[in-house]
Design a protein around this ligand. Structure first.
Ligand SMILES: [Fe+2]
Length: 431
């Protein structure tokens, strides 16, 4: 009987997520939830940009009303680095916190995951970092409670088991993935996103969109090599359950991304985006993302002069969502043959009229739908508009090839030439 199951393919998928509290005003219940989780001495983690919005102070007030001392660490680095993770871990060390509240976007929530890990199970950074850059050792056991309160509708970090950082000395972006990194509770409150300016809505919105699309088109869980339970990766590939979350996220984005960017006070659109970010986080947090995310890391890492509107401080930066969407249309033209029906279905969920699409046109439906959405929401016209040219193709491709964990989720085998073609096709979108 045992031999019957000895097939080379994976036959099992897993689905894990963070418990969720969702709705306008949910932030006000953070104190109740910390108590419920048994926390007595929490540290609130945020960044300086968010401090200016007043939100972390409001959360501190909520915690004080629940009789917590509510210490605050506001020095998270936007786009965290090995140095910034070390700084927060050494701040937390010896301070006797028994829980964390992260108020911010992906950078803050990921830094809180790291602070929790490196002070609960101290070890050199490289021990836990993903292979091939680190040793990829498993997290030894459960961490302290972490309540994540996202302030953008973007990364989905509040539901994922991943924390990402830049390794400064290697000029490479990598991370740690392990189920114990997942926050204990996500408090998603659309009111926290109401005042985000247009591009601070659009870029994270496109991050959500690529999470959903990449997961929806990723290599199926049962078309990958078999794993033992302890070696099975966090990203298992698309499966019937991740599809549900991704499809719903695409539907919400299709009806509300434009609206939220063009009128930030549209509460229904903000609610849709917050839900979409969470749904896509659950979908990709289990299925995985592939080529656009692998390419996004070297693209963001090699920024030259591009200064994004609506982002403080006024320094060169390619926000994560912008770097991922830049190569998405070309990628989905390339992945189309692996699942034509999924690509057309995704376009339909985003609002495209796919009735009467011929076989010859089908390949272009999803890329065209994305480009229309990008153009309507102020996304720049391709990598050229971000300062890149032909001379950068090799470096971007080399950087992407290091993202083995992500490329393993690509629905077709990826060679350097494929990536180079996708990058070249992404230089200009519509001129
Ligand atoms: Fe992302």
């Amino acid at each position: 009987m045992a031999e019957f199951f000895e097939v080379p393919n994976e036959t099992i998928f897993t689905m894990e997520t963070t418990p969720l509290k969702f709705g306008p005003g949910a932030t006000g219940e953070a104190g109740y939830d910390l108590k419920r989780l048994g926390v007595r001495r929490p540290l609130l983690i945020t960044d300086r940009g968010l401090m200016r919005t007043g939100l972390p102070d409001r959360v501190c007030r909520v915690l004080r009303e629940a009789d917590f001392a509510a210490d605050l660490y506001d020095d998270v680095h936007v786009e965290p680095t090995d140095a910034s993770w070390e700084a927060i871990a050494s701040y937390v060390k010896d301070r006797d916190y028994d829980g964390f509240v992260a108020v911010g976007g992906g950078s803050v929530i990921d830094s809180a995951k790291a602070a929790n890990l490196f002070t609960t199970y101290p070890a050199p950074l490289s021990d836990y970092l993903n292979k091939p850059i680190g040793k990829g050792l498993p997290v030894p056991g459960p961490l302290k409670p972490l309540v994540a309160i996202p302030t953008t509708a973007g990364t989905g970090s509040e539901t994922t088991a991943v924390a990402v950082l830049d390794i400064l000395s290697l000029h490479v972006k990598t991370g740690i993935s392990h189920r114990f990194l997942r926050p204990t509770l996500a408090i998603v409150d659309p009111l926290n996103t109401l005042t985000l300016p247009p591009m601070a809505t659009a870029y994270p919105g496109f991050d959500v969109l690529t999470h959903a699309l990449e997961s929806f088109t990723s290599r199926p869980y049962d078309a990958r090599p078999r794993h033992t339970p302890d070696q099975r990766p966090v990203y298992v590939g698309r499966n019937p359950v991740s599809d549900l979350w991704c499809e719903k996220a695409l539907e919400y984005l299709g009806r509300s991304l434009r609206r939220a960017v063009l009128n930030g006070y549209d509460m229904d659109a903000r609610t849709d985006l917050a839900l979409a970010a969470t749904y896509a986080g659950i979908g990709f947090g289990n299925a995985g993302v592939h080529v656009p995310h692998a390419l996004a890391y070297p693209i963001a890492g090699q920024v030259r002069g591009f200064v994004p509107p609506d982002y403080p401080p006024k320094a060169p930066l390619i926000p994560h969502g912008l770097s991922v969407i830049s190569t998405a249309p070309a990628t989905f033209r390339w992945t189309f043959p692996t699942s034509p029906e999924r690509h057309v279905r995704a376009a339909q969920l985003l609002g495209a009229n796919v009735g009467g699409v011929t076989d010859a046109e089908a390949r272009h439906v999803l890329p065209r739908t994305l480009l229309e959405l990008m153009r309507d929401t102020g996304i720049p016209d391709g990598l050229c508009a971000l300062g890149f040219g032909e001379a950068d193709v090799t470096n971007i491709v080399e950087g992407a090839l290091k993202q083995e964990r992500l490329l393993a989720c690509s629905p077709r085998a990826v060679e350097a030439d494929d990536l180079a073609e996708i990058v070249r096709e992404s230089m200009r979108h519509w001129t």
